[in-house]
Design a protein. Structure first.
Length: 265
């Protein structure tokens, strides 16, 4: 039951130390190489709500979960950002229609640095080391109880009005609870590809595909997803976005709805 709750909850994206997922241009999971610029800042408020259903051993398990994540980005240099993300997460589970779990709280806090180290002819590369700090309650499945770490290589190719983004990431999760150590893999690999297209002034449509190592030791099937959405630049300082993510394999959450806003200053 614990693994099911963790799958449904938004920790599938936010509490894993950079699978390359936490700080992309929402609603994308895949990040790009863009940075804020020296002395510039951005605040994002992103929300996700997902639902999942399983029927093992004739018991219908239904789970819903989500998060509201606050992300603060600061441009230390033109090509170097410091990014801090704090998620508030919740999950609710039923067995044959009876509520068996209903938890919420702060999740693990993530800190990363994005360094764009190469640019030429519309192609760029960035490197993102990251740390995850144990702010979430591991007994509720909202955190791991220990510091984790990871890194992601990001590639972007721009050919106006289109762009492609590729992420290859690794994270190492350390678990405080013995039951979590026995049930979950510590080493997670992630790969994802995203595309964007500016269809009119200020409006981008986005698509995203990705998969990663299944954290559940009892399964070798990787969680895989497909996502479609849009980002609208309302002003030079404000973006709004919407997206829908669907699971392509059983371990991934069936359907998730995403919405967010980004303010730059």
């Amino acid at each position: 039951m614990r693994s099911f709750l963790k799958q449904v909850c938004f920790v599938l994206g936010a509490a894993i130390v950079t699978s390359g997922t936490a700080f992309a241009a929402h609603p994308l999971i895949t990040d790009d190489t863009g940075t804020q610029g020296k002395g510039k800042f951005q605040i994002e408020i992103n929300a996700e709500y997902g639902s999942d259903t399983e029927t093992p051993l004739f018991v219908k398990s239904e789970g819903t979960g989500g998060a509201v994540e606050s992300v603060f980005s600061a441009g230390l240099l033109d090509n170097l950002d410091l990014v801090l993300a704090v998620p508030y997460e919740w999950s609710r589970s039923k067995e044959n229609g009876v509520v068996v779990s209903d938890d919420d709280g702060i999740g693990d806090v993530n800190l990363e640095i994005k360094w764009r180290f190469f640019e030429k002819s519309g192609f760029s590369l960035a490197f993102k080391p990251a740390l995850s700090f144990p702010a979430g309650d591991e007994d509720k499945g909202l955190g791991t109880g220990k510091v984790g770490y990871g890194a992601t290589l990001v590639a972007t190719q721009e050919f106006d009005p289109f762009a492609l983004h590729l992420n290859l990431g690794y994270s190492h999760t350390r678990f405080k609870l013995e039951e979590d150590r026995h049930a979950n893999r510590s080493d997670i690999w992630h790969a994802s590809l995203a595309g964007t297209a500016e269809v009119m002034d200020g409006l981008q449509v986005v698509t995203n595909l990705g998969l990663e190592t299944n954290p559940d030791k009892t399964s070798d099937t990787p969680p895989a997803f497909a996502l479609a959405g849009a980002i609208y630049q309302l002003t030079d300082y404000l973006d709004l976005d919407l997206g829908v993510k669907v699971g392509l394999t059983k371990p991934e959450t069936d359907v998730s709805l995403l919405a967010g806003m980004a303010v730059r200053f």
